[in-house]
Each structure stands twice: as structure tokens, then as C-alpha cells.
Design a protein around this ligand. Structure first.
Ligand code: ZN
Length: 244
């Protein structure tokens, strides 16, 4: 038995609710079908995501937005079959790749001990058709903190020694799958799970409900386009890194 078979645990680290559905939920759903335990770690508190001024300026309304978006994320997680969704509750919209965030992600890695991690790219992609949402500073910050947490901090005992005092031994992640990277080198065939991905996206009703038909069309077309690189009907593309 390989060490991977002994530890079929994956962790998806993103900034906001719905990021993981857009970027990699077809892959998560596929891995779950293959017997993996998948956890989501959402770095922010999901208090943004509205463009109504009255909502934006009201503390009570922001709290309500947080509760709604967390509920929607948990509902999406149930559709995919996640083991759990964990929120780190950093304020939405001002996420920074701080040492505090890196330490909190290391704590998650050392607690759940995933052999695979999915995270967003810390780098922008300068291509004309690139969707501007990928450039959200929270996404870039999340990617930078997550990659720094995977290597070297999670696997090195001398990084964040206070975590050793919490009983969290170093943990080495075997593979990282970066979403939205400038260079992709790996496709996952999501033909069997594209409908689950669409259903999970539909759970994010407060963000996507008003234009879901458009979102669904866009996702199906995007998955077909992503599949072209490796001759697959539908795919999610990643930059995959092996941590040897
Ligand atoms: Zn986002």
C-alpha cells in the first residue's frame, strides 16, 4: 500500500464561498467517488459579496450575508459529499498573505493531514479573455499563503513551533493542484461529475441565483474548452506540483 492510499485526504483552500465550486468542485466530487475525504478551508468570513449599498454599510446585514453564504457553502458541500467546511473567518475583501494566515492554514494541514491540496494561484494570468474575478486580491493572497503553508511550513518542525505545543506534528503534502495558474500541466476528467458541480454551484443562490442559467452555460462551455488540451469531453485544469 502506498502512503497515498493510506491517506486519501484532500483539502481545498480558497478565499470565499463558491470559489471552490467554480474552480475545482468537479475534481473534488470525483475524488470523493474514488473514496477520498475532502475538506474545504475558506479563509474569509464571507461578509462581502453584495453590491447593495445599504447592506454593505450595515453591520447587521453583513452578519446576515455571512450566515447566508456559509449556509450556502455547507449546502454545496453536502451536494459534493465533503467531510467538512471550515471557515478561518478573516474579514472578506482585505485578506493578506500574512504569517497569521499561513499559520492558520498550517494548523489545518497538520490537523487533517491531506496528501492532496487544491488552492488558487498567487499569480495573475495576463491573457485577454481572462475572467477578472480571478484577479481578486483575496484569491491571490489565499494562493500565496496556502503555498507557503504547504511548503515549507507544514512539513518543517521549526516553522511555527507553537503548533508543536498544540500537539500538531509536521505534515508533508504530496501533491498540490493550483487553480488559475499562468501555466497548467494537468487535466482532471470531470465528465462524471460536471452535473454535481453545477448542482453545487446552484446552492450559492444569493450570489448566482439571479443569473444561474448564464453561469451554467458558462461552466459547461468552460469545462469543454478545458478538456480540449488533453482530448477530454469536460475537464478542470490545474498546475500540478509533486512535493517529492
Ligand atoms: Zn472569490
Amino acid at each position: 500500500m502506498t502512503s497515498e492510499e493510506e491517506n486519501k485526504v484532500a483539502m481545498v483552500i480558497v478565499a470565499h464561498p463558491d470559489d471552490a465550486e467554480f474552480g475545482s468542485s468537479g475534481t473534488s466530487a470525483l475524488w470523493i467517488k474514488e473514496g477520498w475525504d475532502v475538506y474545504y478551508v475558506i479563509c474569509t468570513d464571507a461578509s462581502g459579496g453584495g453590491d447593495d449599498l445599504a447592506t454593505t454599510l450595515s453591520v447587521g446585514a453583513r452578519r446576515e450575508t455571512t450566515e447566508t453564504r456559509k449556509r450556502e457553502q455547507r449546502a454545496a458541500g453536502e451536494i459534493i459529499g465533503l467531510k467538512d467546511v471550515i471557515f478561518l473567518d478573516y474579514p472578506d475583501g482585505i485578506l493578506e498573505p500574512s504569517l497569521a494566515l499561513r499559520r492558520d492554514i498550517v494548523r489545518m494541514l497538520r490537523t487533517y493531514r491531506p496528501s492532496r491540496v487544491i488552492c488558487p494561484s498567487p499569480d495573475r494570468v495576463w491573457e485577454p479573455a481572462y475572467y477578472i474575478g480571478r484577479h481578486h486580491p483575496d484569491h491571490l493572497a489565499c494562493g500565496q499563503a496556502a503555498l507557503a503553508a504547504v511548503y515549507p511550513a507544514s512539513q518543517n518542525a521549526w516553522d511555527f513551533p507553537e503548533l508543536l505545543a498544540e500537539g500538531l506534528a509536521p505534515h508533508k503534502v504530496s501533491e498540490v493542484f493550483v487553480v488559475g495558474a499562468p501555466v497548467n500541466n494537468y487535466s482532471v476528467d470531470i465528465s462524471a461529475t460536471l452535473d454535481i458541480k453545477i448542482a453545487a454551484l446552484r446552492a450559492h443562490d444569493s450570489q448566482l441565483g439571479s443569473h444561474f442559467d448564464e453561469v451554467e452555460k458558462w461552466m459547461r462551455e468552460g469545462a469543454a474548452r478545458a478538456g480540449e488540451a488533453d482530448g477530454l469531453p469536460f475537464a478542470e485544469r490545474f498546475h500540478r506540483i509533486e512535493n517529492r
